[in-house]
Write a protein that binds this ligand. Structure first.
Ligand SMILES: O=P(O)(O)OC[C@H]1O[C@H](O[C@H]2O[C@H](CO)[C@@H](O)[C@H](O)[C@H]2O)[C@H](O)[C@@H](O)[C@@H]1O
Length: 417
């Protein structure tokens, strides 16, 4: 079985840059980070007509590529079909049948990161590992009510241990504050709103204190590291209200304010009402040419039309850690959703790294390997912790042996007799 830690796809998936950006003017706006740590530029996409591509999301590279921002009936039905594809019914067993040929064939191309753990270690050997984790569907199982997407205590403990050994960040579509309520680990870095709200790392900004999702300066004031869509705050509040009003007319619909994006949930809406709800969303969006729609697991998300996504957030964080262009960096990104594809691509662009898709069904992806569900994610994280601890204790042992050797006046490589 071929195990690739570096992305090399044989077909089906294309680089998003190869897709048409026609009708757009892509400009560069310098958007300094508010703590002046370093400047980073954000591409904005100004549209002369309704956009025909997604703003820097992974969807554009997937087989069933749907121009979500385009407002016509055909595209709406395509989104809904794609949405069903991306989140299969929960009645399906979470353990995929051993004889599920399709899945097993797929696993040939996207091998299990657990079953191939030794190969992961080989690939990471001598490199600096950074861990990036998506939240929903990765650290917590998908549930009906987004407010109840709790992570287990075991998962929290594993993530805590991971963060004590490797720089670790959560990159999520949720608001930074919301995901922190779930995760409750102050030692992590958090990028909320699909990477549009990044806080930390504290060391990177001069040893400031980290408190929950907040980084504080010496005066105790909060430092916001990077919010590339900060000028959209008011418009997102406005769109949230409008969408809430529309959604209140559809049974089961729920609208969630994720600060720089707004999610419209379909999970508890009868399928026969999906089209109706999607049309409401489209209708609201018509008056906001600077916003666009993306799709996730039974969710449509309204976000600013800027070229910023989870992949850019990963790049940003690595740079903030001081490892932006280092060839010995080994990012591990684990995610389950379409929005994670941008981060998978970002890992693929690097010399080393591992992009892991969490899925128990066949999906087209830019990841290089897979895990079935959050319980396998937990196992993978625990394996990583175990391995790192073994390495550290081996180093400690070798270090103490060397001290003994020195004290005994023998050369470092000579055995103590
Ligand atoms: O980037 P993520 O951390 O994966 O967040 C993406 C969205 O996740 C949440 O919605 C998804 O999970 C819910 C709880 O399991 C589920 O009910 C919903 O159907 C899924 O789409 C979250 O509620 C969204 O705001 C996030 O954008």
């Amino acid at each position: 079985m071929a195990f690739r830690t570096k992305f090399k796809h044989s077909g089906g998936v294309k680089d998003p840059s190869t897709f048409s950006h026609s009708g757009f003017h892509v400009g560069t706006v310098s958007s300094p980070s508010s703590n002046g740590l370093f400047n980073y530029s954000v591409n904005t996409v100004s549209q002369s007509s309704p956009p025909s591509v997604l703003a820097g999301t992974g969807y554009s590279s997937l087989k069933r590529r749907v121009p979500l921002c385009k407002v016509d009936h055909g595209s709406v039905t395509d989104w809904l079909a794609a949405m069903k594809d991306s989140s299969p019914p929960r009645t399906r067993s979470s353990r995929v049948d051993a004889d599920d040929m399709e899945y097993n064939n797929w696993m040939e191309s996207y091998p299990s990161a657990l079953k191939n753990f030794e190969k992961v270690l080989e690939a990471a050997h001598g490199k600096r590992i950074f861990v990036f984790l998506d939240y929903d569907g990765t650290l917590s199982p998908i549930v009906e009510n987004p407010e109840s997407a709790f992570m287990s205590e075991e998962m929290r403990a594993a993530v805590k241990e991971i963060a004590s050994l490797f720089p670790t960040a959560i990159i999520t579509g949720r608001s930074r504050e919301k995901v922190y309520e779930f995760v409750q680990l102050p030692e992590l870095y958090y990028a909320g709103s699909h990477g549009m709200d990044i806080m930390g790392p504290a060391e990177g900004c001069g040893g400031h204190k980290i408190q929950g999702t907040r980084v504080l300066n010496d005066e105790g004031n909060e430092i916001v590291m990077f919010q590339p869509a900060s000028e959209y705050t008011a418009v997102m509040d406005e769109i949230f209200k409008l969408l809430e009003e529309k959604a209140s007319k559809v049974n089961g619909a729920k609208v969630e304010h994720n600060k720089f994006c707004v999610s419209v949930h379909f999970r508890r809406v009868n399928e026969e009402d999906w089209l109706h709800l999607a049309e409401h969303v489209q209708q609201v969006l018509r008056s906001y040419p600077n916003l666009c729609l993306t799709q996730g697991r039974k969710v449509l998300e309204v976000r600013p039309l800027i070229l910023w996504n989870k992949g850019k957030a990963l790049d940003y964080l690595l740079k903030a850690f001081g490892f932006g262009n280092r060839s010995d960096v080994f990012p591990i990104y684990i995610g389950d959703d379409l929005t994670d594809e941008d981060a998978f691509k970002s890992v693929a662009r690097r010399k080393h790294g591992l992009a892991i898709l969490v899925s128990n069904v066949v999906k087209d992806t830019n990841a290089t390997c897979s895990l079935r569900d959050p319980s396998e994610v937990l196992e993978f994280l625990r394996s990583l912790v175990k391995w790192k601890r073994r390495c550290l204790s081996r180093h400690l042992f070798v270090g103490s042996q060397n001290i003994l050797h020195k004290r005994a006046g023998v050369g470092l490589n000579q055995p103590l007799t």
